[in-house]
Ligand binder design. Structure first.
Ligand code: HEC
Length: 192
């Protein structure tokens, strides 16, 4: 079965995010997100659209774990929200919501970085077309939780450091959440 693509692409921010917010954010936001799946942090979420460990396969809702789980009947233990939570009032997506989510995925799961959270966006600097942006050296950053990430330094702005991943996506990260070594490196590169 094929879904028709609609004339107007489904808009993530206007149409999809409100659904996830209502039905999924309760358990899938913040550092303690269930299953390690954060839907509120744009960089975390964007990383799982396509990529190595995809939640969403652009163009293929039938193979995207997000739409699969959201569409399972509550008799299925893999359904989202989990059946026990449904008994305590967590609501599943309605058929209309699920159709919209599937349509968005069919349309390519367009997702603008920065649209998933309310933090100050990195917009004016993001798509550097034309003159090649200065290719900053890729470094390994670590955070206070022991995680690490390879990215190049872009800027230090107040309490956040802007980093660019190797796939070109840029995001802001709170300086205070980096390891002391990485904080020192960000300050050094930011000229502070
Ligand atoms: C009441 C809490 C709760 C709600 C609400 C909830 N989830 Fe989950 N979710 C979990 C838990 C717990 C896990 C980890 C265990 C598992 O995978 O079954 C999980 C895992 C997942 C995973 C697998 C993550 C991975 O990396 O493989 C997906 C996909 C998912 N949820 C999607 C959703 C979607 C879509 C919604 C909204 C329709 C939703 N969840 C709502 C609790 C919740």
């Amino acid at each position: 079965m094929m879904l028709f693509s609609s004339a107007e692409a489904v808009d993530y921010k206007e149409e999809i995010r409100p659904i996830l917010n209502k039905k999924c954010f309760k358990c899938h936001t913040g550092p303690k997100a269930k299953g390690g799946l954060r839907m509120d942090a744009s960089d975390d979420f964007a990383k799982r659209i396509g990529g190595d460990d995809p939640l969403i396969i652009p163009g293929d809702p039938a193979k995207s774990i997000l739409s699969i789980k959201a569409g399972l009947p509550s008799s299925d233990g893999d359904a989202m929200p989990p059946p026990p939570a449904r008994e305590r009032g967590a609501e599943a997506m309605t058929a209309a919501e699920l159709t919209l989510v599937r349509q968005w995925i069919t349309d390519g799961a367009k997702f603008e970085a920065g649209s998933a959270d309310a933090s100050p966006a990195t917009s004016p600097t993001t798509p550097a077309t034309g003159a090649a942006p200065m290719v900053a050296e890729v470094r390994t950053w670590s955070n206070s939780g022991g995680g690490s990430l390879k990215a190049s330094f872009v800027a230090l702005n107040g309490a956040n450091v802007t980093l660019r991943k190797e796939d070109g996506t840029q995001f802001d990260y709170p300086l205070a959440n980096l390891s002391p070594e990485s904080q020192a490196l960000a300050k050094q590169l930011g000229g502070q």
